[in-house]
Design a protein around this ligand. Structure first.
Ligand code: GUN
Length: 289
């Protein structure tokens, strides 16, 4: 079997087209959607991700405010910057690019963001709403993966899904979104003992390890016709790779995402969508897009 490529660039464009229309609509009501980003330090990968987010905002008419902070900034200084953005009515969304340098506490930092401006869906308020099936702003990568399933009309009801990631950004929010669709989910991690057996039994595998020296999802590890969503992106042998090799896995999978060009563009598109949802929440209209 040669499966179907799930093309993140194409699907992301459909989301961006929707968002662009919504931006125009909001502007007619006097609302200029604005995203503020905070990048601490000079991690090259993080700098690239933030640059891509700004470019995407520019393309569809979302204003950006860029905060590049010294790597040695204190928690108190960072908290003050977030507080100012919380109180700035011209800013609708706030994104603190992760990971943060060691002296900063990720939970303390993301928890400071106003839940109404939390375009990453990382505050305790928004993660709690997600667990209660009442989410408004949901983490971008998990939400983007759900858009991919929708686009290809992949029914998750009763499916056995192996999720190889337990992070706050990917695994945990995705678990809740998949559960809402009546999937049966096994969340795996570095201590999981029988990972190959679990993968071989899965209808869908969503993998986000990002370390090829430790883990590769090979065709032998999946069953014929399985669906593979590869969230990882890392540099390995001079190339950008996921946890699997797309050209090999697609020979056996019914659907698979490439890396790059798979989940990555979806993360950015959903960030735009969340920003206009946040802009709308700042008004009486309070609409989700
Ligand atoms: N670092 C990697 N992915 C993300 C993301 O989706 N949001 C933030 N804030 N940081 C990240």
């Amino acid at each position: 079997m040669v499966g179907t490529k799930i093309d993140g660039k194409v699907i992301a464009q459909t989301v961006k087209d929707r968002v662009k229309k919504a931006v125009e609509e909001l502007k007619t009501q006097g609302i200029n959607p604005c995203l503020a980003t905070i990048l601490v330090g000079d991690n090259p990968a993080s700098a690239t991700y933030v640059r891509n987010k700004h470019t995407a905002c520019d393309e569809i008419g979302i204003i950006t405010k860029d905060h590049k902070l010294d790597v040695n900034i204190s928690q108190k200084q960072l908290d003050e910057i977030i507080e100012n953005l919380n109180n700035d009515s011209s800013v609708h969304g706030i994104l603190v690019q992760l990971p943060l340098p060691e002296q900063l506490d990720e939970f303390a930092t993301t928890s400071r963001i106003s839940p109404l401006k939390d375009v990453d869906g990382l505050t305790p308020h928004n993660t709690g709403l997600l667990a209660m099936k009442k989410a408004v702003l949901v983490a971008c990568t998990p939400s983007g993966i759900m858009e991919m399933f929708d686009y290809h009309e992949i029914d998750l009801d009763g499916k056995n899904i192996v999720l190889i990631n337990r992070s706050n950004l990917v695994g945990k929010p995705l678990y809740h979104l998949l559960l809402e669709k009546n999937a049966t989910i096994v969340t795996c991690h570095s201590r999981t003992k029988n990972l190959t057996d679990l993968c071989q039994a899965a209808d869908i595998i969503i993998t986000a390890v990002g370390n090829r020296n430790k883990f590769t999802l090979t065709p032998k590890m999946i069953k014929e016709g399985a669906i593979v969503i590869d969230v990882a992106i890392s540099r390995f042998q001079e190339k950008l790779v996921g946890d699997s090799d797309f050209d090999e896995i697609i020979q056996k999978a019914s659907f698979a995402t490439p890396v790059p060009g798979g989940v990555g563009p979806m993360t950015v598109a959903i960030l735009l969508k969340n920003t206009i949802t946040a802009a709308s929440l700042s008004t009486q209209i309070g609409r989700q897009f």
